[in-house]
Ligand binder design. Structure first.
Ligand code: FE2
Ligand code: FE2
Length: 359
């Protein structure tokens, strides 16, 4: 389901107030060259705004500002992206007020947008209100020679969902915690796998597939639910295709990986960055092996690892341009020579910047 909005906000942003925003946009975003006119387009990806109500019309200001900034900056893009994807966790505790407030901010987008379900949107009313605004929990569409699929990957066991918690809000809060042992592993589930199998039946094997999920369709770190329990079953459905990319939210950090023919890319949050699992002393090293972590200049300044993404598909493979609000921008693109996504600047060990040391 997608919605189209025309905003009157652009006129304002083009005025004096827009200058500061424009100056932060890297030139690379307006200098895209396309090899294949069929795929002559970009799209923007905004995720994990975690809009949180304090009371009444009062919301956590930082999370609001993160989403407002992403919407304003994507509206200034030139050339225009064909559409925007919002990658889930629009709300913090799934409340109607939070979803409404987030939807009002997304309505300022000048573009059509597609939404992905996050666990913070789901576990209060099992996605009922979200659906009224944004449509089905999983769906697919075709655009300029690319087959796009959106899954709801944050489902879990029926017993956990329906039989364990005295109230819906308690269920929501238990699933919302990053490392809460009362949470439950995410999964896509059989019904959606059956749907996906049928959906892909008529797609030619050389058509590029781009799949959006909230949790990674790979197993990174179960302790923080950077994990999808039935990831292998979903990957198996995607393996017959020549060219597959999975883009996911939830982890609030730059990650990328290659498993078989599937490239994986995580997106940043607009709300706050999670640390990398390997930075926690009690965790083993859990990071996709290709990923060069973000260089957090200041681990106590949440804005230096938040932002949004511009994605281009000129080769049918995803090239991610990470636009960080207060840190160096990053670009991760498929390298046809090595057959995997790589950071275009920092991939080689000798090119990496040491993280700043804090005392
Ligand atoms: Fe999130
Ligand atoms: Fe999430």
């Amino acid at each position: 389901m997608c919605r189209c909005h025309v905003s009157t906000r652009r006129g304002f942003l083009k005025g004096a107030g827009a200058c500061a925003v424009v100056s932060t946009l890297p030139m690379s975003m307006v200098e895209l060259a396309f090899a294949d006119s069929r795929r002559n387009f970009t799209f923007a990806y905004i995720s994990d705004s975690h809009i949180q109500q304090i009371k009444g019309t009062q919301f956590v200001r930082n999370w609001d500002r993160g989403l407002i900034r992403a919407v304003a900056e994507t509206n200034l893009l030139d050339p225009k992206p064909d559409f925007v994807v919002f990658g889930g966790d629009l709300a913090q505790l799934g409340k109607k007020e939070e979803i409404d407030h987030g939807a009002a901010m997304l309505a300022k987008l000048d573009y059509k947008y597609h939404c992905v379900m996050g666990e913070h949107d789901y576990y209060l009313d099992l996605g009922e209100y979200w659906s009224k605004l944004f449509g089905p929990h999983y769906y697919s569409w075709d655009h300029k020679g690319v087959h796009f699929v959106t899954l709801n990957s944050i489902l879990t066991y029926e017993d956990w969902t329906h039989k364990r918690w005295p109230t819906a809000m308690q269920r929501m809060v238990e699933m919302a915690g990053l490392d809460n042992p009362n949470g439950s592993p995410f999964m896509v589930g059989e019904a959606q796998c059956d749907w996906l199998r049928k959906d892909l039946e008529n797609v030619p094997k050389d058509t590029p597939i781009v799949l959006f999920s909230h949790s990674p369709i790979q197993k990174i770190y179960k302790g923080w639910n950077f994990w999808t329990e039935d990831a292998e079953q979903v990957q198996a459905l995607l393996q017959p295709f020549d060219n597959v990319t999975v883009v996911y939210g939830h982890v609030h950090q730059i990650q990328y990986n290659q498993i078989g023919n599937i490239s994986f890319h995580a997106v940043m949050a607009t709300a706050w960055p999670w640390p990398y699992p390997q930075s926690y002393a009690q965790a083993e090293s859990h990071l996709p092996k290709l990923t060069v972590p973000m260089n957090r200049a200041d681990p106590f300044f949440e804005r230096d690892a938040t932002g949004w993404q511009l994605i281009d598909l000129d080769t049918g493979r995803v090239a991610m341009r990470y636009n960080l609000y207060n840190n160096t921008n990053r670009a991760v693109a498929f390298n046809p020579k090595t057959g995997q996504p790589e950071d275009t600047v920092f991939q080689a060990p000798q090119s990496r910047i040491d993280a700043q040391i804090h005392y």
